[in-house]
Design a protein around this ligand. Structure first.
Ligand SMILES: C[S@@+](CC[C@H](N)C(=O)[O-])C[C@H]1O[C@@H](n2cnc3c(N)ncnc32)[C@H](O)[C@@H]1O
Length: 357
């Protein structure tokens, strides 16, 4: 005979917990319909139309009413559009339209969406490793994931680069005079190509341990007409060649590495006397409590499933996606950087630190 010894659980709280989990599933599926609205032009059609019925929206888009009917209902349930039961019309509020019809913002959402779409396939391979503590390197992920990462950086980093580099103490001037730059963990090479375009006299090196990323970096640079000044090579963050770099950048890559201190020691030793490291990392608070927010949830989830497994597959000491300024400063200090400055710039998703010995 068994006896149930579980303490009494508040059934109302159980109901709330169930509702929260179901709400999260609803949001996860719901965001796929937000992305359909972007790719099909439905959000823009709604913004132009004012209050619309499903069949009016279908006419405007050139699609069929059953699609717009269900889609609008999903958006009304999500709270993105307002439904008027008297007229049977749906209205897109101005503030929501400002977010969902802005091309720069929706490019970022679409890249996130691409990454999420392939998460399921990669998660099936990661599940056992999470349980046993094995790593899951960047090179093992699906190509769609690498593509999505490039899209996120193209939307959230590259447009801001001129202002960020101009805010650095000294670094911008060195490059304007024709300096030497390395981008570490360069991925598909968007940063290396952007740097070469911004500084026509500079020579740019892109390093990544992942051969397919390096192949893509080369074609990215060639397609942009700067292939002669962008040298992409397979190398790890601790063994890439060269010295006297005026600038070494890490775009969302330091927190993925198995040995971030070792990577920064190597960077410090490879700098020119006036050179700097530019760390571009996700914007985050310093304590876990500070990051218990929707954005914190996004980063910690990416960290659990993507960034941290890469570091576990290497030396095993990754910072995790949500490092925050204090931990990044400690890491820089441990690598021998005496001067660390946070750049005071507009950066929607990132925090930026300039490191000098
Ligand atoms: C999150 S992705 C960022 C890619 C790129 N910087 C961007 O913003 O699109 C991290 C990159 O670091 C690379 N990487 C991971 N571990 C590395 C290591 N130990 N040495 C060099 N690159 C590494 C991965 O292959 C991947 O391209």
């Amino acid at each position: 005979m068994t006896t149930d010894v579980r303490p009494e659980v508040d059934q109302e709280a159980v109901g709330e917990a169930m509702e929260k989990v179901m709400g999260d599933f609803a949001a996860a599926i719901g965001v796929t319909t937000v992305l359909l609205g972007i790719s099909s032009g439905a959000w823009k059609a709604m913004a132009a139309a004012g209050p619309v019925t499903p069949s009016e929206l279908a006419d405007r888009m050139g699609t069929v009413e059953p699609y717009t009917r269900e889609w609008l209902a999903a958006q009304a349930a999500a709270g993105y559009v307002e439904y008027d039961a008297n007229t049977g019309t749906f209205t897109l509020p101005g503030a929501v339209a400002a977010v969902l019809t802005d091309d720069a913002t929706t490019a970022l959402f679409s890249a996130f969406g691409e990454g999420m779409a392939v998460m399921g396939a990669d998660l099936a391979r990661f599940r056992d490793r999470f349980a046993t503590g094995q790593g899951f390197g960047w090179h093992e992920r699906s190509p769609e994931h690498w593509e999505a990462m490039a899209g996120i950086s193209d939307a959230s980093v590259i447009p801001f680069l001129p202002a960020w580099l101009a805010a650095m103490d000294g670094g911008d001037a060195l490059l304007a005079a024709g300096g030497k730059v390395a981008d570490v963990g360069c991925g598909y090479g968007g940063m290396a190509t952007a740097l070469a375009r911004l500084y026509p006299g500079a020579t740019v090196y892109g390093f990544d341990y992942h051969d397919a990323s390096i192949a893509r970096s080369r074609s990215t640079a060639t397609d942009a007409g700067v292939g002669d000044r962008v040298h992409a090579e397979v190398a790890t963050a601790k063994d890439y060649p060269g010295t006297a770099y005026d600038l070494i950048t890490f775009v969302d890559s330091l927190h993925d590495l198995g040995d971030p201190v070792g990577a920064l020691v190597h960077a410090r030793e490879a700098l020119s006397p006036e050179g700097s490291v530019l760390l571009i990392e996700p914007a985050a608070g310093d304590s876990l409590e500070d990051n218990l927010t929707p954005v914190g949830r996004l980063w910690y989830s990416v960290s659990t499933t993507v960034c941290t497994p890469n570091g576990v597959a290497q030396e095993g000491h990754p910072l995790g996606t949500v490092a925050g300024e204090v931990k990044l400063r400690e890491t820089a200090a441990a690598a021998g950087f005496a001067r660390v400055t946070r750049l005071d710039v507009e950066a929607p998703m990132n925090l930026l630190l300039q490191l000098r010995p």
